[in-house]
Design a protein around this ligand. Structure first.
Ligand code: PLP
Length: 389
């Protein structure tokens, strides 16, 4: 049998927690009724959907009626932004940041082609957003502002509560993609002016293909999926019951492990990061090390290719990433690192390692021990290293 992989690519996707799998399994086997059916066999399933909604609401500090189940984070992002635009046809401007996930950035490109004005807020060298710039860019022609809560590549946390207040003063809807924040940092939506928020199950130990959109009470919502009356008419289509139950359980567990994530997982990440940067020359951490989610580190190694590092790590049984999985295959360095002004020579050699509660200290030590000779070897064959070392 193949050696067990050391998995440090949890921002791409996570393992389904065994407890989550146990909770969802009966809904794939014994309780397969349609929750909209009149008979009890279906009706009893509907109760479990409502229980999952409560579990999600509890993680987010929202009311249960504010949670709508969707098929993924991407759907939630699209649903939020289209709804805001359709509800306010007189406003033609959309504001996003330069470091959004393609789920928002590429939607922005599409909206531009449809005639909207899409403005991308710049970031500084550490990937931070300046609130004064935000205040200047959001104006009374802005229909919707969508800024992520945490970045998938660097882990940077953005001041979305403050940005939501600015948007609210200008009468714009504020949406945040919290796919990389949920389960990693505490969220309490009751206290904020955030109108809409997306999360995705597979980033917090639930399966792929399930997400939610939070819609604040009182915020008008226009669905783009038209059909049946499921999810109070906000998202047509027969509910993905097993995955909904799984997401509910995953949110309950994320709440339970929140302190563990912010202490133990953070310590593991810091141990890994320190071990690497203290022993390998010419490398540095990308992003805002003071203000990022506890599980992520993104390290630039000058004068080598991230893809080569990944292949050699893979051979040693370590699964990491050089950026967002959705941009894999592109030869361009990550748009996030380019927006931060990271030079091409280091952006190309950047490695993202993202941990979970299932990682151990032994694994971190193994990664450090394995990475040191890999970087040395790749630099020995790099012409740029010879010239610049
Ligand atoms: N937003 C962010 C920040 C992400 O990291 C991802 C996935 O990588 C998504 C959105 C898309 O989520 P999903 O895969 O559920 O569509």
């Amino acid at each position: 049998m193949e050696k067990k992989v050391i998995y440090v690519d949890n921002n791409a996707t996570t393992a389904v927690d065994p407890e989550v799998f146990k909770a969802m399994k009966p809904f794939l086997t014994d309780f397969y009724g349609n929750p909209s059916s009149i008979h009890r066999f279906g009706g009893q399933v509907a109760e479990h959907i409502e229980n999952a909604r409560k579990q999600v609401a509890s993680l987010l500090g929202s009311d249960t009626e504010e949670i709508t189940f969707t098929s993924c984070g991407t759907e939630s992002d699209s649903a939020a932004i289209y709804s805001a635009l359709n509800n306010c046809p007189t406003r033609k401007k959309v504001v996003v940041s330069k470091v959004e996930h393609p789920a928002v950035l590429n939607l922005g490109n599409h909206l531009r082609q449809m005639g909207y004005i899409v403005t991308e807020i710049p970031v500084d060298k550490k990937g931070r957003i300046d609130l004064e710039v935000v205040n200047e860019i959001i104006d009374t022609d802005t229909a919707v502002v969508s800024i992520m809560w945490a970045n998938n590549e660097t882990g940077n946390i953005y001041p979305v509560e403050k940005i939501a207040e600015i948007a609210s003063k200008k009468g714009a809807i504020f949406h945040t993609d919290a796919v990389q924040a949920a389960g990693k940092i505490p969220i309490n939506l009751k206290k904020t002016k955030i109108d809409m928020l997306s999360i995705s199950g597979h980033k917090l130990h639930a399966p792929k293909g399930i997400g939610i959109l939070y819609i604040k009470r009182g915020v008008r919502f226009k669905p783009f999926m038209i059909g049946g009356h499921q999810e109070s008419g906000r998202r047509a289509g027969t509910e993905n019951v097993a995955s909904i139950v799984a997401l509910g359980k995953a949110c309950e567990l994320a709440d339970k492990y929140m302190d563990y994530e912010n202490k133990e997982v953070k310590e593991l990440r810091d141990h890994l990061e320190q071990g690497i940067i203290s022993q390998i020359p010419k490398c540095r951490v990308n992003g805002d090390i003071e203000n990022r989610v506890p599980n992520t580190t993104n390290i630039a190694f000058d004068y080598i290719e991230g893809e080569s590092i990944l292949l050699l790590l893979d051979r040693a049984g370590i699964a990491g990433s050089s950026g967002s999985a959705c941009t894999t295959g592109s030869l361009e360095p990550s748009h996030v690192l380019r927006a931060m002004g990271v030079p091409y020579t280091s952006a190309h050699g950047s490695l993202r390692l993202s941990l979970s509660r299932f990682n151990t200290k032994d694994e971190m030590d193994y990664i450090i021990k394995t990475l040191i000779p890999i970087i040395k070897r790749l630099r020995e064959i790099s012409p740029y290293w010879e010239e610049n070392k």
